[in-house]
Design a protein around this ligand. Structure first.
Ligand SMILES: [Zn+2]
Length: 161
């Protein structure tokens, strides 16, 4: 009496020892006389070995750690070897915010200079009044500790101009 062949899933479970004793006995007795299932079981066993091997922890070569340590040691003096280019790039990075602040201050000073020139060239009292009110409203309305306010405090008093 020829039993049906074992399906691969069942065979795989058998090889993994996941089946009941009864099932194992059935499969064993079938595979023993069935070259087809023997081949299948062989293939599955090889596959399992392959998978297991690929998950084995990889032992580094005995020269890996000393080599790595050597490489780290070789690189350790690096911070002391800062090149001029490194410094230039560092300075450039810190100069950007300084430059931006200087540009803002410069534009304030330039704006005030231009304003003063306009003020002095304003012919009529009305024009002067308008200019003065605009300027003082801008400066006085600025919130405390703002750049404009700080700059306003640096300006000479009205009478000193
Ligand atoms: Zn079979």
């Amino acid at each position: 009496m020829k039993k049906e062949c074992i399906n691969p899933e069942k065979l795989s479970a058998f090889l993994d020892g996941e089946l009941s004793e009864q099932e194992r006995e059935n499969i064993k007795s079938h595979v023993k006389d069935c070259p087809l299932c023997q081949k299948e079981a062989q293939g599955l066993t090889k596959l399992t070995e392959l998978l297991n091997n690929s998950f084995l922890p990889i032992e580094p070569s005995p020269y890996f750690i000393p080599g790595l340590k050597q490489k780290i040691e070789d690189n350790e003096p690096m911070p002391a070897k800062i090149t001029i280019n490194d410094w230039i790039s560092r300075i450039k990075h810190s100069l950007v915010p300084i430059g931006a602040t200087a540009l803002i201050l410069l534009s304030f000073v330039a704006g005030n200079r231009i304003g003063n020139i306009l003020y002095q060239k304003s012919s009529t009292a009305q024009e002067r009044e308008i200019y003065t009110s605009v300027e003082s409203s801008i400066l006085n309305d600025s919130p405390e500790s703002s750049l404009t306010n700080t700059y306003a405090n640096l300006l000479p008093e009205e009478g000193e101009r």
